[in-house]
Ligand binder design. Structure first.
Ligand code: UDP
Length: 367
């Protein structure tokens, strides 16, 4: 019998456990310090409204990786879902990501696609060749006015720093379109699991050779020698007891409300004005339009620096962080038979589909 230890039951841990469980000779232990599986993808029915709630914020599955898309559907029925986000700025509602509707509404014009391209080129900073940060990327893509309206305030609230300190890659997550396509994502496969995400994790971890231990906090003093291989998906700095200092993360927290009917008419509405203290409001019954609910529950999202026992969400990857990260990565290289997997252990801004894809690839390499 080969014994494996997996620390964390989010997508990294669950996919690895599921793949390893196919060999009946393997015995897999999955530990998680929370009282539930699924990490930040956890969903549950709200007791007041019966709405399926994404407890740690909205998760819309989207990918361009056919293998990942086919894989996830072994564990759920994916209902096609297109995320259409709105953004409120100075009392008006606009369409996000930036598309022809946003541009025309913002500049009070009725341009056709080619006209809008020429117009945006005339206001964009084309002389920036290789954008070095978020702000430069935005100035090159859309110019100052759209950047200041929809990105500057929101990004300062979301990340707690100047956009000039943030990597350009964060903005590249969002498309800019010169047509009326308001699909938030550019990936071809998009959906929401019919029975929520927790049901996916339950299926992935159901095999009799997988043992799940909740409320079990891993620490570096554990003896790992009995395991064939260990997979760690917690924060990389915590694994090394923060010996080179803490990496910075943003965390988010939510204020829950319950109302009758339809509160905001859309799943997600962003708030771009810096004076509004929150970043967005999500109303979860709109993520399951195939369900009927008389009541509704919505969450007002705030962002702050991660401290104490806060759950780390977004790796900030500032200059100072990247220096510390490289010291931690040198330590990882010295270790044998342990893999660091997922968003927290590799300190990268990964989506669900990236995490699943990398976990599947890793197992192919190890086996
Ligand atoms: N962003 C923004 N305004 C918006 C939406 C996004 O400034 O209305 C910026 C913000 O910095 C955010 C980044 O674009 O962190 C990436 O957005 P995405 O929706 O991918 O963030 P996530 O869903 O991961 O929070």
């Amino acid at each position: 019998m080969k014994k494996y230890l997996i620390i964390g039951s989010g997508f990294s841990g669950a996919v690895i456990a599921e793949q390893l469980s196919k060999d009946p000779e393997n015995h897999i232990t999955v530990v998680d310090d929370r009282d539930h599986i699924g990490g930040n993808c956890y969903t549950e029915r709200d007791t007041e409204t019966n709405v399926m709630v994404h407890k740690y914020g909205p998760h819309i599955f989207n990918t361009d990786n056919k293998e990942v898309w086919d894989y996830i559907q072994n564990f759920c029925e994916m209902v096609p879902f297109i995320n259409r986000v709105k953004s409120v700025y100075k009392g008006n509602v606009y369409s996000m990501p930036i598309n022809l509707h946003t541009i025309n509404q913002f500049f009070n014009k009725a341009m056709k696609p080619e006209e809008a391209k020429v117009f945006i080129e005339s206001v964009a900073k084309n002389e920036i060749d290789e954008p070095q940060n978020f702000e430069e990327q935005a100035m090159k893509f859309i110019g100052k006015d759209l950047y200041k309206a929809f990105f500057y305030g929101y990004t300062k609230k979301q990340w707690g720093c100047e956009p000039t300190e943030l990597p350009a890659s964060i903005l590249k997550r969002l498309p800019v379109r010169f047509n009326y396509n308001d699909n938030y994502y550019a990936n071809p496969y998009q959906g929401i699991p019919k029975d929520g995400y927790t049901a996916i994790f339950e299926k992935m971890l159901a095999s009799s050779n997988i043992e799940v231990k909740l409320n079990t906090k891993f620490d570096a003093s554990w003896d790992l020698s009995e395991f064939e291989h260990v997979f760690y998906s917690g924060p990389i700095d915590a694994f090394f007891d923060f010996k080179y200092g803490r990496l910075s993360y943003r965390t988010v927290y939510f204020e829950k409300s319950v109302a009758e009917g339809d509160y905001q008419g859309n799943p997600v509405i962003n708030y771009a004005d810096p004076e509004v203290p929150y970043t967005r409001v999500h109303e979860h019954k709109h993520f399951t339009p195939w369900e009927q609910h008389e009541k509704t529950t919505y969450f007002t999202e705030y962002s702050k620096e991660t401290e104490g026992n806060d759950i780390p969400y977004y790796p900030k990857r500032l200059k100072d962080d990247m220096e510390k990260l490289s010291l931690y990565e040198d330590e990882v290289k010295k270790l044998d038979k342990i893999s660091f997997v997922g968003r927290l252990a590799t300190y990268r801004y990964m989506d669900m589909h990236h995490v699943i894809g990398e976990a599947l690839d890793l197992i192919k390499k190890i086996n």
